[in-house]
Design a binder for this molecule. Structure first.
Ligand code: ZN
Length: 192
């Protein structure tokens, strides 16, 4: 049990915020852009509306880690984030950050309260198109289920044509939902 207020994240508000409202770093993007091969690069965030730079950090890549440097108020911070790799099912390998707080593998780290940590540690909820899409499809499917009988059977007084149409729609949604789920998982770095 942690004592006092020095525990990571102590004093942070307990509510979750959406990832579109946060500053994050993404190891996949850095890797893809070849930034990790150099010895230093700068990373900036900008206001999505004005395009003006709002914050920046310096990044020093090493063999198995990156050291970030930034200031919070008047304090200079230089956390070192470990990198790990896992091999992919279809060959190659995938690179991850190791969350400095819980040591979980993650593709993205979020800056909150002056610290970088994973989504879970920072209590940040997903906000993405595919997730909205999955939710919408779930609801559409549930609506059809309500109109049908047990295990999608035909209710006694429903016309056959209506029933066939609903069944067809149900399976179309099921398929679209799977697609959206795969797309979502792939973006998060999972292979289903
Ligand atoms: Zn974490």
């Amino acid at each position: 049990m942690a004592k006092g207020g020095s525990r990571f994240g102590a004093g942070r508000p307990g509510y979750r915020i959406k990832d579109v409202h946060t500053r994050s770093i993404d190891v996949r993007r850095w890797h893809r852009d070849g930034l990790l091969r150099g010895s230093y690069f700068g990373w900036q965030w900008s206001d999505p509306e004005t395009g003006q730079q709002t914050a920046s950090i310096g990044v020093h890549p090493a063999a198995q880690s990156v050291t970030l440097s930034y200031t919070v108020g008047s304090e200079q911070r230089q956390p070192t984030i470990e990198l790990t790799t896992t091999s992919c099912t279809f060959g190659g390998s995938r690179l991850w950050f190791q969350c400095p707080n819980c040591h979980a593998r993650c593709a993205k780290l979020f800056l909150r309260g002056g610290h970088f940590a994973c989504r879970k540690c920072q209590r940040i909820s997903y906000q993405s198109q595919s997730e909205d899409e999955i939710g919408r499809l779930w609801r559409a499917q549930a609506k059809i289920e309500k109109r049908l009988g047990d295990r999608l059977s035909k209710p006694k007084f429903m016309r056959q044509r209506t029933y066939d149409g609903l069944r067809e729609r149900y399976w179309q949604i099921e398929w679209a939902r799977e697609e959206a789920l795969y797309a979502c998982a792939a973006r998060l770095g999972f292979t289903l």
